[in-house]
Design a protein around this ligand. Structure first.
Ligand code: MN
Length: 298
């Protein structure tokens, strides 16, 4: 053992706890609480995460119209869609696509740009039912913004799984937890887990102190560092004053943990484009107008 690993880890304080912001609709298929970028949190402070839309549990009635968002472009970042309830389908202008259901994730690298559309999966749309989703935008480092677009479909069975000795488990989507790795490839250090502790289970998490670290309570509630309560549908952002913190489930819970190294780069955003400079945004708009993002039928 080295002197470094013997050093006691500094406790990371609980920072801001944010109640779900008012809902807005994304197309006619996603009824979301927009925690980022227009909520109360600063986007520089939340890097590498840029957008966090949370469709809290909502019952969609059966529909004959296909609900969702039609073709739109993206450039300069990755969209990560996590399905908790219901099913969502995706198609892009490069032939990528598919449907994901409960527990699955779509990790789409927009990179240099594509068009995609996001809809409720057809059968789910027809029958209706409970729907619960997260969409997280992970920013790309400047050198990777124009990378080739790609698409990772990650089924629940493919995720890393760490059994918690006290009850429940951790699903690792990206990064690693206790040497269990997640299947998603990322361009900068990102850890994304579903913590699924049983009532009363405590777990300790640790990330470098400068990492942006947050938890969204999807189901249930938890006590953080033995003192602060995180209620269902609330988001906590931890401070950067230490590495380690504890989460104790007050009931059987599902908690989305996101941690990542800040990119420390300028942010220029216009709608679906997320770049470093206004000139790059102007270029994206030009390229879009010239059809360089490809073609995708409604
Ligand atoms: Mn999109």
């Amino acid at each position: 053992m080295t002197a470094v690993s013997e050093k006691a880890k500094q406790l990371r304080s609980v920072g801001r706890i944010v109640a779900p912001p008012p809902v807005h609709w994304v197309g006619d298929g996603f009824r979301v609480h927009g925690f980022l970028p227009h909520g109360p949190l600063n986007v520089e402070r939340m890097s590498p995460f840029f957008l966090l839309d949370y469709n809290a549990k909502y019952n969609f009635p059966p529909s004959t119209n296909l609900l969702g968002v039609g073709p739109h472009p993206h450039r300069g970042f990755e969209t990560v869609t996590i399905a908790y309830r219901g099913k969502v389908a995706h198609h892009d202008s490069r032939g990528g696509g598919g449907a994901i259901g409960e527990g699955d994730v779509q990790w789409m690298t927009a990179g240099s740009g594509l068009l995609h559309k996001e809809y409720h999966e057809e059968q789910f749309n027809r029958e209706g039912g409970e729907f619960q989703m997260v969409q997280l935008w992970v920013n790309l480092p400047a050198k990777d913004k124009m990378t080739e677009p790609k698409y990772q479909a990650i089924t629940n069975a493919e995720m890393g799984r760490f059994e918690l000795p006290e009850g429940g488990y951790v699903e690792v989507i990206a990064g690693e937890y206790e040497d269990v790795k997640g299947p998603a490839s990322t361009f900068s250090p990102v850890h994304l887990y579903n913590l699924k502790p049983k009532a009363g289970t405590s777990l300790t998490l640790s990330f470098p102190s400068h990492y942006t670290t947050a938890i969204l309570a999807i189901e249930g509630s938890a006590t953080l560092n033995g003192e602060k309560k995180l209620l269902t549908n609330n988001l906590v952002v931890f401070e950067n004053d230490g590495e380690e913190f504890t989460v104790t489930a007050d009931e059987d819970s599902v908690l989305l943990l996101m941690a990542g190294e800040p990119l420390n780069q300028p942010i220029a955003q216009y709608g679906p484009f997320l770049m470093n400079t206004n000139a790059e945004i102007a270029q994206a708009i030009d390229d879009f107008n010239q059809g360089k993002f490809g073609y995708l039928a409604d």
